[in-house]
Design a protein around this ligand. Sequence first.
Ligand SMILES: NC(=O)c1ccc[n+]([C@@H]2O[C@H](COP(=O)([O-])OP(=O)(O)OC[C@H]3O[C@@H](n4cnc5c(N)ncnc54)[C@H](OP(=O)(O)O)[C@@H]3O)[C@@H](O)[C@H]2O)c1
Length: 339
Amino acid sequence: MKTYYLDQPGSLDNLAMRETPTPTPGAREVLMRVHATSLNYRDLGLALGTYKSPSMPLPLVPMSDGAGEIVAVGNGVTRVKVGDRVAGIFHQGWIGGPRRPEHPVGDLGGGIHGMLSEYVVLSEDGVVVIPEQLSFEEAATLPCAAVTAWNTLQVQRPLQAGETVLVQGSGGVSLFALQFAKLAGARVIATSSSDERLERMRALGADELVNYTTHPAWEDEVRALTGRRGVDLIVEVVGSMTQSLKCIRTGGRIGMVGQRGGQGVPASFGMIVGRHITVYGIGVGSRDDFEAMNRAIAMNNLKPVVDRVFAFEEAREAYRHLKDRAHFGKIVIAGPRGK
Ligand SMILES: NC(=O)c1ccc[n+]([C@@H]2O[C@H](COP(=O)([O-])OP(=O)(O)OC[C@H]3O[C@@H](n4cnc5c(N)ncnc54)[C@H](OP(=O)(O)O)[C@@H]3O)[C@@H](O)[C@H]2O)c1
């Protein structure tokens, strides 16, 4: 079978495709033929060496996200069967409930081998059945960015209809957060560096748009759009805590997802305490979260935004496309048997 390996972090040139034997599933394991994978910012960081995973095996089969079909099962498998259309879960050891110290991290494409391969073997507990109406390319976008957005909006303190959510930029997590917030009946304020991207976010349901390049003090614009009350929830992917604290309402909540802006997080203790802000860390989500999200996607016929599908042989080009910030929505890599 064809498999990509990252031999060493530091350069995309260190990603190489090789022929390896197709593995056999053991007891309670499944063999999945991977039809599509999708890239996250973490995959790029791990390849370039700017993001570290302490227990990363080298060479590493990269990428956390993939969807495909079960082609063989080992002894004792009961959760899924041959022919099922599935995706791998990001944290292979986190099945449900709040995250606890005893859960193994088991993060695909980081601490353990990932999905950029023709076939993978996973525990039967490490997969979920994907919504019927989604293609493999669409379903491959779900395990990291979508579950992260779902968890930020729905799991910690579920979003209420009529609340206002701020989504920052038009990256993978933010677009899913926008789509899920609209499903929940919320009002969405979206920011981006580009007016053209903002219009595309409007087409996905964003109610208010702020260009953070032409409005560097975007928090003032956001606050004004709420009648100076502030937004109820911020999906913080930028790491702009100082600005976010100026446009969150008293008693609001901030889901800490990423630091895409590379600004660090100089949080103001006084503002968090004095204004009763709830700040919570997000680490993707559990299998239960993934399955709850899939039910919502199926019920509402929600379609993930796919930017572009690259051929398996073009995996490095797909990474470069992410590096160049040329995408709107998710970047997908087809399995080796074609797009
Ligand atoms: N904690 C978790 O579980 C978790 C899970 C997934 C991702 N993350 C993290 O979340 C972040 C976003 O991930 P992603 O996959 O959505 O990334 P992505 O698809 O690469 O999104 C990048 C987008 O972020 C926006 N952006 C960049 N710098 C910005 C800034 N200074 N201000 C506002 N927006 C800015 C840009 O939007 P425009 O082009 O529209 O300006 C850019 O297109 C990353 O830091 C990632 O590591 C964390």
